[in-house]
Design a protein around this ligand. Structure first.
Ligand code: M6R
Length: 614
């Protein structure tokens, strides 16, 4: 949530890199945006509500090209509002010391009210309602000539989370950045240093990066980077190479990132699978799990934690692990889990699912599980992310960067990774060699099967026209397709702003069926797996109430189609793969409905890609 960029150079103007960086991070929040630019004459601040493009226009008007060269140092921010409305006053950067100090922040300062009251008593005037402004004034108050020390002293008074960057006219050429709980990456270019909340804002300049860890504070100048602890002890952090390039984070001819990422799935899933299937032994390799057969055999219970789409993938995981590995599984919403004083211990294996690897509640669940002595693994997409690092073991999804706020390829990659993990766990327990062989061959078909669903794109776009006007939709599924129904409902809610609910197919008649009418369509997940006939019975109940029913059916399933108003075909698969092909169809359906309704698909209102606050 919120994106931070900082740029420091001896020769290059910071204006372009800061605005470009913000546009790459806009998916993290888009309520307002701002920059602070430093020159020998002091700081200049520009802020605007709305998207980065509006800030860019403001800069075009306010700062002619010839004036930009003198600003070789700057910080910038795109905001997802937590404290205070999305106004210009609440937009970052926030200033202190009479406009000589500027600071941008991602995270939440939990004790800001007490800190603010203390500062106000000492005569400080606040200009915003944000928690961040407190930080700016605190740093100014502690500045006795050493900028880094001032930031450290301020941060020692702070409870909460932060990724921050600060500059001050009293300290020309210096930028101080710090991290606790909110990601911050430093890119080391040949002549410039770029700081950002994630590497997507950095790869245009360099692929050499340092991932700051919690408690790190760094002094950045055009000459380099010095990292310290809050107690000012020097800290060494490894420079790593990012393994993807700019092309991966651009639209590449697609109208939206969402559709690009949906279409990337065959390749993304091939990357998730690469080198991980062991056909010789009917199992999966997954060396990153770093668990011996003895440790795997000792697992008594699995807990899968995540939020949103990742939680839905985890719910699919329950069916996979229980059927393949005979181990009981509790999928848990990460926030509920962390605050429930969870009963987990050394016999339990906690798997944290997170595309970003930065979701605050999932991270807290990881920490709580580690504290309680459970085995903990992370299934993350973003390499080097906090959850991946703190879990210490796990499976990277390798699905490539996901920019659209609506998660698509991460879901199918998560289910694929869970399926391989379940296969591996199953094969250390009771799953037979024959069953393992069948699954290896089935799993290796995933990229092609997903490609077949994508061939239905035009047909799905045509069906979407019939449903795009509905204001309410129900999604129903049974067994392993129930979480797929939840995911279908979530996708259409967030990108098309259609009220949608996912239900177990059998649950509809216990209440929600009262809402059905010819204006309330139902989307039924009817891939040909055990239980389908029963769901078809539920479809009949919906039709009897005049509700139009769109079915996601296995290609050629004439008997299912006969009871439906409309159908989208997916290729035949075994049970385990049915949520993957069904959800890809639902992703396309949500995308086309959103497009027909004229929605802002990649950046839906009120949302942000990475939820780093509780
Ligand atoms: O990065 P994570 O997978 O931890 O994110 C979890 C959710 O915030 C995320 O899946 C969210 O629900 C998406 N907007 C769904 O499309």
């Amino acid at each position: 949530m919120c994106g931070i960029v900082g740029f420091s150079s001896k020769t290059t103007s910071a204006v372009g890199p800061l605005v470009n960086g913000l546009s790459r991070l806009e998916y993290r929040g888009y309520d307002s945006a701002g920059v602070a630019l430093a020159s020998a004459e002091g700081l200049r601040i520009y802020k605007q509500t709305g998207k980065v493009a509006k800030l860019a226009q403001l800069l075009e008007r306010a700062l002619p090209e010839r004036e930009r060269a003198k600003y070789t140092l700057g910080i910038a921010h795109t905001r997802w509002a937590t404290h205070g409305l999305p106004t210009v006053a609440n937009a970052h950067p926030h200033v202190a010391d009479g406009g000589r100090l500027a600071l941008v922040h991602n995270g939440i300062i939990e004790n800001y009210a007490a800190l603010r009251a203390g500062l106000e008593k000492r005569g400080v005037k606040f200009l915003s309602q944000t928690d961040t402004e407190v930080l700016a004034h605190l740093v100014a108050a502690f500045d006795k000539g050493d900028f880094l020390a001032a930031v450290c002293d301020a941060l020692k008074r702070v409870e909460g989370t932060y990724g921050l960057a600060a500059i001050s006219a009293r300290h020309p050429g210096e930028m101080v950045v710090a991290r606790k709980g909110s990601p911050l990456v430093i890119g080391i270019g040949e002549k410039d240093v770029v700081v950002a909340s994630d590497v997507s804002a950095i790869v245009a300049y360099t692929r050499q990066v340092i991932y700051l860890k919690d408690g790190d504070v760094a002094m950045i100048t055009p000459d380099g980077v010095d990292i310290h602890s809050l107690d000012n002890a020097p800290v060494a952090r490894e420079v790593q190479e990012v393994d993807w390039d700019l092309g991966a984070i651009e639209k590449g001819g697609y109208e939206h990132f969402m559709i690009k990422e949906i279409f990337e799935q065959p390749e993304a899933l091939a990357n998730t699978l690469r080198g991980r299937l062991d056909a010789a032994n009917g199992t999966a390799l997954l060396s990153g799990l770093n668990l011996s057969p003895r440790e795997l055999a000792a697992v008594r219970r699995l807990v899968i934690v995540g939020c949103g789409t990742s939680l839905h993938a985890g719910m699919v995981g329950k069916y996979l692990f229980e059927s393949l590995a005979d181990v009981p599984v509790s999928p848990e919403q990460a926030a509920e889990f962390r605050y429930s004083n969870p009963i987990v211990g050394p016999d339990d294996w906690v798997i944290a699912l997170s595309q970003s690897g930065e979701t605050a509640d999932t991270l807290a669940a990881v920490r709580e599980s580690i504290r309680k002595g459970a085995l903990v693994s992370g299934l993350c997409n973003v390499v080097g992310s906090t959850i991946a690092r703190e879990a210490g073991r796990g499976v990277y999804l390798h699905a490539g960067p996901e920019i659209s706020v609506a998660s698509t390829k991460a879901f199918t990659a998560q289910v694929t990774a869970l399926l391989m993990t379940a296969l591996k766990l199953g094969r250390t327990r009771r799953l037979s060699r024959e069953a393992g062989d069948r699954l290896v061959s089935e799993i290796s078909r995933i990229p092609d099967l997903v490609g077949k669903v994508l061939e239905q794109n035009d047909a799905i776009a045509a069906v979407a026209q019939k449903y795009a006007q509905a204001n309410d939709l129900f999604f129903i599924g049974r067994g392993i397709l129930y979480p797929a129904a939840l995911e279908g409902a979530l996708k259409i809610k967030e990108v098309a702003y259609v009220h949608a609910e996912g239900y177990q197919a059998a649950e509809l008649k216990h209440g929600p069926i009262a809402l059905l009418s010819e204006k309330t369509p139902v989307v039924a997940l009817l891939a040909n797996i055990p239980g389908k006939e029963k769901t078809l019975g539920n479809v009949q109940e919906c039709r009897a109430r005049n509700a139009p029913v769109l079915g996601i059916v296995t290609a050629g399933d004439a008997s299912a189609k006969a009871v439906l108003s409309d159908a989208i075909e997916v290729p035949a698969t075994g049970v385990e793969l049915s949520p993957i092909v069904s959800v890809v169809a639902l992703q396309l359906f949500a995308y086309h409905v959103a497009r027909l309704r004229g929605c802002e698909i990649d950046q839906p209102r009120n949302l942000a890609k990475s939820v780093t606050v509780e």
